[in-house]
Design a protein around this ligand. Structure first.
Ligand SMILES: [Zn+2]
Ligand SMILES: [Zn+2]
Length: 275
C-alpha cells in the first residue's frame, strides 16, 4: 500500500511559513498524504533574542504551532495523521536554552538543522566566492558533526544546505569528495546514536536539482550501516505540501532501503516502501 508521509512541513507559525495548519490539513487530504509532521522553526538566534527577535518569540510561536496541531489532529483524525514536530536550528549554539525549548511540548519528532554558522548569518544571506566557499563548507560540516554527535534530535535535516545557495548564485560547483571524511564521521555519529538522516526534497525543484543530501550521500549512509531515513518536502505553503516526497522515497529505495522512517512520540517507525 502506498503510504506517503511528509515529515518536514512549515505552517504560518514559522516566520517564513505562509499557510495555516488548517490549510495544510485540507491540502494533505486532497493530495492523499497519510501523515504530516508540522516542524516549525525554533532557531538559535531567535531563542537568544526572545521577544526582541524580528521574527517574533520562537517559544511562543512553537507553542502556538503545537496547539494548532493538537486542535486539527483531532478534527482530521479519520483522514490524516498529524504530528507535532519542530525544526531546531543550530542546537549546539545555545545548548541550555535549546534544551528548554524541547520541553515546550511532548513532540513526536525533532529535526536538527544548521542554517547559520556561529557568528554568521543564515547561508541564505551570505555572499559566495572562490575564496570563501571551501572554508564555509568546512565550518558547516564541522558544526554538523558537533550536532550529530551531541545534540538532542531525531533526524538531521537537509545535509548540504549551503549548496542550495552556492549553486543558485555562483558558478562554483564544490568537489564534495573533499568533505567525504567529515561526512562519514557525521553518518557514523548518526548511526551510533540511532538517529535518522533526512532526505529533503526541496532541492529537486531548485537549480541544484537534487535532494539534500543527494543520492550518492544517501547511498554512503546506507553503506556505513544507516537504518533510519526520513523524507520531507520542507514546504512553506499548503500548495507545496508533499512536493517531491514520492521521488524521495523512490530514491531511498534505489539506495537499498526497504523502509523509510516516521517518528511518533520520538520513536522511529518503519514505513514499507511500496515500489
Ligand atoms: Zn531548514
Ligand atoms: Zn525547514
Amino acid at each position: 500500500m502506498k503510504i506517503i508521509c511528509d515529515t518536514h512541513v512549515h505552517s504560518d507559525n514559522s516566520f517564513d511559513g505562509e499557510s495555516s495548519v488548517a490549510e495544510i490539513c485540507e491540502s494533505a487530504v486532497k493530495k492523499g498524504i497519510n501523515t504530516v509532521i508540522v516542524t516549525d522553526h525554533m532557531e538559535a538566534p531567535e531563542i537568544r533574542l526572545g521577544d526582541k527577535s524580528v521574527y517574533g518569540n520562537a517559544c511562543k510561536s512553537i507553542a502556538q504551532s503545537v496547539s494548532d496541531v493538537e486542535k486539527y489532529s483531532e478534527k482530521y483524525k479519520d483522514e490524516l495523521r498529524l504530528l507535532k514536530g519542530m525544526e531546531l536550528g543550530e542546537p549546539m549554539h545555545m545548548p541550555k536554552l535549546t534544551k528548554k525549548a524541547l520541553e515546550i511540548a511532548d513532540f513526536d519528532f525533532i529535526l536538527a538543522s544548521v542554517h547559520n554558522l556561529k557568528d554568521e548569518e543564515d547561508f541564505y544571506y551570505l555572499e559566495y566566492n572562490e575564496n570563501n566557499v571551501d572554508s564555509l563548507l568546512k565550518r558547516y560540516f564541522d558544526e554538523l558533526l558537533d550536532t550529530a554527535q551531541n545534540a538532542e534530535f531525531d533526524s538531521l535535516a537537509h545535509l548540504t544546505y549551503p549548496l542550495r545557495y552556492i549553486y543558485e548564485r555562483t558558478d562554483i560547483r564544490p568537489d564534495m569528495n573533499k568533505y567525504s571524511g567529515v561526512i562519514d564521521e557525521i553518518f557514523k555519529a548518526l548511526i551510533k546514536r540511532d538517529k535518522a538522516l533526512e532526505v529533503n526534497t526541496s532541492g529537486l525543484f531548485e537549480l541544484i536539482g537534487t535532494t539534500l543530501p543527494d543520492i550518492n550521500l544517501v547511498k554512503r549512509f546506507k553503506e556505513l550501516g544507516g537504518k533510519y531515513v526520513t523524507v520531507g518536502s520542507d514546504s512553506h505553503n499548503a500548495e507545496d505540501l508533499g512536493k517531491g516526497v514520492e521521488k524521495g522515497i523512490e530514491l531511498i529505495k534505489t539506495c537499498g532501503f526497504k523502509y523509510y522512517t516516521v517518528f511518533c512520540k520520538r520513536e522511529p517507525k518503519y514505513v514499507e516502501i511500496w515500489y
